[in-house]
Design a protein around this ligand. Structure first.
Ligand SMILES: Nc1ncnc2c1ncn2[C@@H]1O[C@H](COP(=O)(O)OP(=O)(O)O)[C@@H](O)[C@H]1O
Ligand SMILES: [Mg+2]
Length: 326
């Protein structure tokens, strides 16, 4: 099961708003941004706020609004936690600076460029300093939309070069109404009490809410029992199952389950590592020391920005080797 197969089936992607006007909540932000993009001289922008509340969605809607259907020709979307991120930015900025039109002077033909840099708070302050210099060098032709969870993790010189928008968790009614709407479009049976339960479990994170609802729908109906199960399944017991599979050498099966857990149920790799360690402790492995070493190594790799999907697959393979020796 590849990542693309999975994401085309995901309701979060299927129902990601394409236009600024269709974004749920974040009203002041949408108003402010709409005004900015009406002007000719677009500023750099910085979006900060918790996960799953529309930051990436708004950034994509902005570039669609500016460039129209062919927006991809003018936009580079990067994840800063990806190691190649900053190098790519440097190369692209060089290219853009050569070929792009000055911001504010675009009539026809070449347009200016936008770089969307997601998870910028994962960057070291050295990398951010380099980024700040690139923003200056590219100022004539390129605008940045920088996205982060924690504004405090972004160096001040970048903050001061951007118009800052603080995204907030979505309100109960906003989430529940949106979930109802999706349920209708999917012809799913929806019990309203179950939706309240979803909100209680996710607290205004729309991505996580939609994922839980989809998981419950997959069990037959979006009712209280299935929602509880979906919330539970997205947790520890699932992780334990995957660790057992990996130790038993069932690599492909473990990898598919893990992808499902991270992509559909929205568990972070960091949480997976935490639960896996707890579960393994209870499994009373023959060689817990070696297990701990392996977990520590991958925890470090993830923290230092290595590609999560690749690292998690490698971790499962390592556990398979450990299981053989046990
Ligand atoms: N404000 C919102 N309005 C409508 N859908 C949203 C909103 N925020 C998140 N979503 C849903 O959650 C998914 C992930 O949102 P995303 O913009 O990537 O969140 P963030 O970047 O803040 O973590 C979207 O594809 C969409 O389905
Ligand atoms: Mg995002």
């Amino acid at each position: 099961m590849s990542k693309t197969d999975l994401s085309s089936l995901m309701w979060t992607e299927k129902y990601r708003p394409q236009k600024l006007g269709d974004i749920i909540g974040q009203k002041d932000i949408i108003k402010g941004i709409s005004n900015l993009i009406k002007g000719r001289d677009l500023p750099h922008m910085l979006f900060a706020g918790p996960a799953g509340v529309g930051k990436t969605t708004v950034a994509l809607a902005v570039v669609r609004e500016i460039f129209g259907e062919g927006w991809r020709d003018n936009v580079l979307q990067l994840n800063a936690s990806d190691e190649r991120g900053i190098k790519m930015v440097r190369e692209k900025v060089k290219e853009f600076t050569k070929w792009g039109s000055p911001v504010g002077e675009q009539e026809k033909g070449d347009m200016f460029k936008v770089i969307i840099l997601d998870e910028a708070d994962e960057m070291t302050s050295e990398a951010q300093t380099a980024l700040r210099r690139m923003m200056e060098d590219a100022a004539r032709t390129t605008r940045f939309i920088i996205i982060c969870n924690y504004l405090s993790q972004i160096i001040e010189p970048i903050q001061s070069r951007c118009v800052v928008f603080r995204f907030t968790r979505l309100a109960r009614d906003e989430v529940i109404d949106h979930l109802k709407e999706i349920g209708k479009k999917e012809d799913a049976k929806v019990d309203e009490k179950a939706l309240a339960q979803v909100y209680d479990a996710t607290g205004g994170d729309m991505r996580h809410s939609i994922n839980i609802m989809q998981a419950a729908a997959g069990m037959g109906a979006i009712n209280s029992a299935n929602v509880s199960a979906a919330i539970g399944l997205s947790g520890r017991s699932r992780v334990g199952e995957i660790v057992k599979m990996a130790l038993a050498g069932k690599f492909n099966e473990a990898r598919a389950k893990l992808l499902e857990l991270t992509q559909v149920y929205g568990m972070s790799e960091g949480d997976f590592m935490k639960y896996a360690s707890q579960e393994a402790y209870e499994m009373k492995l023959e060689n817990p020391g070696r297990f701990a070493e392996i977990m520590a190594e991958y925890d470090y790799r993830l923290a230092s920005g290595a590609h999560p999907e690749i690292q998690m697959a490698a971790l499962l393979a390592q556990l398979g080797r450990l299981g053989k020796k046990d």
